[in-house]
Design a binder for this molecule. Structure first.
Ligand code: VAH
Length: 320
């Protein structure tokens, strides 16, 4: 892996992944792209950035050929709640955008990382210790696009030998970038509100259990899967992956250990509650552990402590 292109580089995962990839492979070897063009200074200063729309095959081809790309981290997509509000756009971006990337990867012999999600499962999926191979009948357009995306990536591997690999990410919690339109976003927003107001109004029911992961683990997993020995990979697209599973009530109690007067209130959003209720409670990620050595470093307690520490430091610096 020498020359990397990141799509969706201004997104929640993309922005932190780009920074880590540049740290690991050299800034000049990691070409950041996004449909948007308002790029933060730290991204422009550490390596190349251009506005690339994944719905334009020509723009992807130009970027890959100009920068002699050999690996694509394809993160450009609409998340679950936004997708439900704009299902046709979500299908276009999440599927046609992916197809454009896979076609360019086929022609230019690039490896491709594509994130899937716990959203690729539905109400008929076993909710506890969800197996790597099981029923996938999601009831959201986001989840349908993720299942179709997994199958497309496997097809490009078996039919055209494109080195495609993916992870079924849980909700991801970051102390750097706010999420954009996901169902699990409460688990990020709550920290910012706890630090600033010592209270948060949650849009999910207190007992809504979901898999979650701290961003440092999520970024490390994306890099580790792409560096893994190809011959050891059985599942490829895409691996179940988790680090912790908690409810809003459990997260509130953990924050309360650090902020004793923290107050949690609930005002349920039926759309995002229905999405969350259709997802598993906890994945079995043994395939990832066995095939490429996955092992999370952050659990609920360690993540909460670090989130509150870093956000408090950002408030002290006047950033929030
Ligand atoms: C979302 N954060 O909420 C994303 C993720 C598992 C959830 O796919 O849509």
């Amino acid at each position: 892996m020498e020359r990397i292109l990141v799509t969706g580089a201004l997104g929640q995962i993309g922005s932190e992944l780009t920074a880590q990839l540049r740290h690991r492979y050299g800034g000049e070897n990691v070409f950041a792209t996004d449909k948007r063009d308002e790029c933060p200074a730290n991204m422009v200063e550490t390596g190349p950035f251009e506005s690339v729309d994944c719905l334009s095959p020509a723009q992807i081809k130009q970027a890959v050929s100009q920068y002699r790309i050999d690996t694509i981290y394809h993160l450009a997509a609409l998340l679950s709640a936004v997708a439900e509000a704009r299902p046709l756009l979500a299908w276009d971006v999440n599927i046609n955008g992916l197809l454009n990337v896979l076609e360019v990867a086929r022609v230019y012999n690039c490896a491709v990382f594509v994130p899937s999600s716990i959203g690729a499962f539905g109400p008929g999926t076993p909710p506890d210790n969800t197996p790597q191979e099981t029923i996938q009948r999601p009831t959201t357009v986001y989840g349908i696009s993720k299942v179709a995306g997994e199958l497309l990536c496997d097809y490009y591997f078996t039919r055209f030998s494109v080195d495609t690999r993916g992870l079924r990410y849980p909700g991801i919690i970051s102390n750097v970038t706010l999420p954009g339109g996901g169902t699990t976003d409460y688990a990020v927003e709550i920290f910012y509100q706890a630090i600033k107001k010592k209270r948060y109004t949650c849009y999910l029911e207190p007992d809504t259990r979901l898999d979650m992961m701290y961003m440092p683990d999520a970024i490390r997993a994306a890099i580790e899967i792409m560096e893994a020995d190809s011959k050891k990979l059985v599942h490829r697209n895409a691996f179940n992956l988790t680090a912790m599973s908690f409810t809003p009530q459990e997260l509130s109690q953990e924050i309360g250990k650090h902020i004793p007067d923290f107050v949690m209130e609930y005002q349920v959003d039926p759309v995002r509650q229905a999405i969350a209720d259709s997802w598993p409670n906890k994945l079995d990620d043994s395939a990832a552990r066995q095939e490429w050595g996955w092992s999370p470093k952050y659990d609920l307690s360690k993540m909460t402590a670090d989130m509150l520490k870093v956000l408090a430091e950002r408030v002290a610096r006047g950033e929030l």
